[in-house]
Design a protein around this ligand. Structure first.
Ligand code: TEU
Length: 556
């Protein structure tokens, strides 16, 4: 790619830090993180070098799904603080040159939202059509799958009006009816409310589900209850793009903001249709294919990992823009899934994964704690979980007589709660997160894995992260340069170049527990090594030897 073809945008050059507010820092002494806690840590966030912060939902919510069930889109959750504190947070971020992304959860609301409270009262209520209702006299509606329902059933019978309502997520998360123009206008007004306050971006939660076939026909042959099949047959409906064009016209185009979609449908084409610049819809999306690479106890191979990222990069080389991430609040910790959590390797592999995220094309997202290499807590009993997905998944399986022992093993590796444990600030009780018992236990390794310890160590995961962030910010080649996979067949090393005009970077990542060699011509002891997660590098004639999980970036 030549520089003339680059279409620069601030959101392409951004480095996003995602904060799960419930778990970042508690200042009100209730064991739950809050907005003031984030304000207290703004200088830390700034010190990372990141340029933007995304917070999971902070709106008023009964917390059936930790804030993804919203009962008032213009109010702040009491546990998290007040609107005045939110304003202070936004001003504090902006004062430090940091931008802010708001999570927008509008595929569904909470059943405690005033719209739903009205909607369920009577069939002729003016809010009735804000949701999807199926009158019982028509018989039971055709099956739809629910992510969080104990019976996996997305239809819930409501006796008050003798009808079923639709909920793709929990029973307390009824799906909003986007066919209704009033609903869409409500959403745009909400987005404008936050844009007028100065937020810089929106993350559209579960957005691929807003448009659906509202005749709810039987699901076709070949459908099964797995997330890709659910997406294909429950979402990406006929009006999705019309809604997005409308949202762009009504909101996005009127502010200097960007919007990122959670999920991209079922194919590369679906993804392009959401984000290509000519379409006038969204700016960015994140697909699930990479995180889904680890969705069972069998971890993915390096070949699959390379293939996935290369496929998406190739497709988006000329047109469209994606996010690069390895974890978020819906995933267990990246070190356990893609790195190696054994004591000898957890730090180096965390550094290697951060090197990867921050040297790839696309906007990188780092999930809080990954800059320290935080790892899974490893819950073993169902009583230890707080996540509705884990709890109701267990109940659903138990009712069907499934293998709950295996389920617990899988959850131990993959549960979302693994990625939601409190931020590890220091070695004091509860890791400096709270003086009260935290809502979810702190990881047992907090005495050694924490900010205070890592600040002091120039070789820590934290300081490596800062170094990588700085390198990316200083070199546009990491943002816009062409990505080329080298030696695709190499079993243990992921090697690629990033090239922008005369700038050429070589990235070498050893994804294994063993020393590995790769033949690369033209390197010597004098090569310009910009990043190295070890204090040595063995370059022999025409080949490089990498130590376990060694990650290096060399300017060619
Ligand atoms: O997630 C939507 C989604 O499709 C999945 O990521 C799913 O929730 C997850 O794999 C189940 O384990 C979004 C949010 O990111 C998630 O936190 C919310 O629970 C969900 O929407 C409902 O709002």
């Amino acid at each position: 790619m030549t520089k003339s073809k680059i279409h620069r945008n601030w959101w392409k050059e951004a480095i996003i830090y995602q904060i799960y507010p419930r778990s970042f820092k508690d200042t009100s002494n209730n064991g739950i993180g809050d907005i003031k806690g984030i304000i207290d840590k703004l200088d830390y966030i700034k010190s990372l070098g990141v340029t933007m912060v995304w917070l999971n939902p902070i709106y008023k919510s009964p917390n059936d799904d930790n804030g993804y069930d919203i009962s008032d889109y213009r109010a702040i959750m009491e546990e998290f603080g007040t609107m005045a504190e939110f304003d202070e947070l936004l001003a504090g971020l902006h004062k430090r040159g940091l931008k802010f992304v708001m999570d927008v959860v509008v595929n569904h609301s909470s059943d405690e939202h005033q719209w739903f409270q009205e909607s369920r009262k009577s069939r002729d209520n003016k809010y009735r059509d804000y949701y999807h209702w199926w009158p019982a006299e028509k018989g039971k509606p055709n099956y739809r799958w629910s992510f969080f329902d104990e019976k996996s059933d997305a239809w819930k019978y409501d006796a008050q009006t003798d009808a079923y309502y639709l909920h793709y997520f929990s029973q307390k998360q009824p799906d909003l009816n986007w066919e209704n123009p009033k609903v869409r206008q409500e959403v745009y007004d909400i987005m404008k409310f936050w844009a007028d306050k100065g937020v810089d971006g929106f993350r559209l939660d579960a957005f691929q589900f807003v448009s659906k076939d509202i005749t709810f026909p039987p699901l076709p042959e070949g459908y099964h209850d797995t997330v890709p099949s659910v997406i294909k047959h429950h979402g990406m409906g006929p009006h999705l793009h019309a809604y997005l064009k409308e949202m762009n016209k009504e909101v996005l185009s009127k502010y200097d903001v960007f919007a990122v979609s959670e999920g991209v449908g079922s194919s590369l084409e679906d993804a392009h249709d959401l984000v290509d610049e000519t379409r006038g819809e969204l700016q960015m999306a994140y697909h699930f294919e990479s995180t889904d690479l680890v969705s069972s106890l069998d971890k993915c191979t390096l070949a699959e990992f390379k293939e996935c990222f290369t496929k998406w990069d190739t497709s988006f080389e000329e047109e469209g823009w994606l996010s690069i991430y390895l974890s978020n609040h819906d995933q267990a910790r990246m070190v356990n899934r893609f790195g190696n959590a054994k004591p000898a390797f957890k730090e180096v592999s965390a550094k290697m994964l951060n090197t990867f995220i921050l040297s790839m094309k696309g906007t990188p997202y780092t999930y809080y704690g990954d800059e320290l290499g935080m790892t899974n807590n490893g819950f073993t009993r169902i009583e230890e979980y707080r996540d509705i997905a884990a709890i109701n998944g267990y109940k659903s399986l138990e009712a069907k007589g499934g293998n709950v022992a295996l389920y617990l093993k899988i959850m131990n590796l993959l549960s979302r709660d693994n990625g939601r444990t409190p931020m590890q600030w220091d070695a004091s009780e509860n890791s400096g997160f709270s003086i009260e018992k935290p809502w979810l236990p702190v990881n047992k390794n907090y005495k050694t894995v924490n900010v205070a310890v890592q600040e002091k160590d120039p070789n820590s995961v934290l300081n490596h992260f800062r170094e990588m962030v700085a390198l990316r910010k200083e070199n546009l080649v990491f943002v816009y340069g062409k990505y080329t996979l080298l030696q695709k067949e190499h079993k243990t090393i992921y090697a690629y170049t990033r090239i922008l005009e005369n700038e050429k970077m070589l990235v070498l990542l050893n994804f294994s527990e063993k020393n590995s060699n790769i033949s690369i011509l033209g390197l010597s002891k004098n090569s310009n090594v910009l990043i190295n997660n070890y204090n040595r590098l063995t370059i022999a004639k025409n080949s490089v030897e990498l130590a376990p999980y060694q990650a290096v970036i060399i300017r060619l």
